[in-house]
Design a protein around this ligand. Structure first.
Ligand SMILES: Cc1cc2nc3c(=O)[nH]c(=O)nc-3n(C[C@H](O)[C@H](O)[C@H](O)COP(=O)(O)O)c2cc1C
Length: 147
């Protein structure tokens, strides 16, 4: 039987980073094509994000602070881009109370105009799962926290 993978084993070694980024870039292009949108180059994508965020009042991600009632207040006071509390991708996958609690971080207040989910993971499959969940839940953007 293969030895159980440890947390350290799952972290992408530096020697494989270029390969992993290349794969993610390709998958992102395919995803954007499937969404009926021309894939953006890296510089274009940066400008796109800059244009969308220019002059916006952004509430930073705040673990334990950025809960729904607080964000609702901030949106009332003019925050037009808000972040969820950080959600652990691995916990989002759990089919139990822990999973339900973590998935509750995806709820948005009715007055949140542009709401992002911060996902914490360094495991690609978990990140992909969390990304799909976010998309299905109508989240506007994802912030990836790799630790
Ligand atoms: C209580 C608290 C919780 C935070 N939680 C997160 C978090 O979960 N994820 C994250 O990326 N940054 C987190 N941060 C960092 C903030 O998002 C922000 O980057 C930092 O406070 C600097 O911004 P400021 O100069 O406007 O305070 C947290 C900061 C504070 C004070």
């Amino acid at each position: 039987m293969a030895p159980r993978a440890t947390r350290r084993d799952r972290i992408v070694p530096e020697s494989r980073l270029a390969e992993v980024f290349e794969r993610i870039t390709q998958e992102t292009k395919i995803m954007q094509q499937n969404m009926g949108r021309a894939p953006l180059g890296r510089d274009e994508a940066r400008l796109d994000v800059q244009a969308r965020l220019k002059d916006q009042l952004i509430l930073a991600p705040l673990t334990r602070g950025g809960n729904l009632p607080f964000r609702r207040l901030c949106a009332d006071f003019g925050a037009n881009v808000t972040y969820s509390e950080m959600a652990y991708a691995r916990m989002l996958m759990k089919d139990n109370l822990v999973g339900r609690r973590e998935r509750s971080r995806l709820y948005r207040a009715p007055n949140e105009q542009c709401f992002g989910l911060q996902i914490a993971t360094n495991v690609i499959s978990e990140g992909v799962f969390a990304g799909k969940l976010a998309r299905e839940s109508g989240i506007d953007f994802i912030d990836l926290n790799c630790g």
